[in-house]
Design a protein around this ligand. Structure first.
Ligand code: URA
Length: 194
C-alpha cells in the first residue's frame, strides 16, 4: 500500500523534474528500504555510484554508513533511506565531473517532495545526515555542529528529528569521530525504544 503510494509519488516527482530540467533532464534516485519503517535516514544527495545504480548510499558513503550503522544494531532493511536532493549535483572539472553540494534553490525545490515522501512512510524518528537534510527538513539554516545528537521535533511530520553528522564528514574530519560515535550510540538506543 505505502509502496504503491511511494511509487506514484516518485513517478510524479520524476515527471516534474524532467520537465523542469528539460531538455537535458536529470537521473533521479528515489528513496529505498522499508516503506513503513519506524526510522528514516535522510542524506544530502546521490553521488556517482548512487546515480548509476539509482539507489541511495551504495557508493563509498554507503560503505561508511553501513559501518556506523553496525554500531547501533540497526540493519538497512529495517530503515527507509532517502536524500534531500534526489539527483547528483555536479560541477565540471578538467577531468570530467565532480560532486558539488546542492544549492539552496535545489534544496528548496525538493523540500515539498521530501516532506510528502516522509509523510507517506510516517516514521517515528528521522535522522538527518549532515547540514543539507537538516536545512531541508527544518526549513531553517541550522548548524549541525550545534544540533547533532539532540532530539528535536518535526511538527510538519509529527515525528522526532535526530540530527547526525554526515558519515563522509567524519571520514574527512577525524576529530568528529568521537562525537559521532556517541551520537550513533544514542541513536541506536532511541531506535531500540520505538
Ligand atoms: N550518497 C547518498 O545517497 N547520499 C549522500 O548524502 C551521500 C552519498
Amino acid at each position: 500500500m505505502n509502496q504503491t503510494k511511494l511509487r506514484q509519488l516518485n513517478e510524479e516527482m520524476e515527471k516534474y523534474f524532467q520537465e523542469l530540467y528539460a531538455p537535458e533532464g536529470r537521473i533521479l534516485v528515489p528513496g529505498d528500504g522499508d516503506a513503513s519503517a519506524r526510522v528514516a535516514l535522510v542524506g544530502e544527495a546521490p553521488g556517482e555510484q548512487e546515480a548509476l545504480l539509482r539507489r541511495p548510499f551504495v557508493g563509498r558513503a554507503g560503505k561508511n554508513l553501513d559501518e556506523f550503522l553496525s554500531l547501533t544494531g540497526l540493519k538497512r532493511p529495517q530503515l527507509y533511506i532517502t536524500n534531500a536532493v534526489k539527483f547528483r549535483p555536479v560541477r565540471q572539472t578538467q577531468r570530467g565531473q565532480a560532486n558539488r553540494p546542492p544549492t539552496r534553490e535545489e534544496i528548496e525545490l525538493f523540500r515539498p517532495w521530501l516532506l510528502k515522501e516522509l509523510g507517506l512512510v510516517r516514521p517515528r524518528l528521522v535522522a538527518s545526515l549532515g547540514n543539507v537534510p537538516l536545512l531541508a527538513l527544518t526549513g531553517r539554516r541550522a548548524a549541525i555542529g550545534q544540533l547533532h545528537g539532540q532530539m528535536l521535533e518535526l511538527p510538519e511530520l509529527g515525528c522526532a528529528l535526530f540530527p547526525l553528522y554526515h558519515p563522509a564528514a567524519v571520514i574527512y574530519n577525524p576529530s568528529l569521530r568521537e562525537a559521532y560515535l556517541r551520537d550513533m550510540q544514542r541513536f541506536g538506543q532511541l531506535c531500540a525504544r520505538l
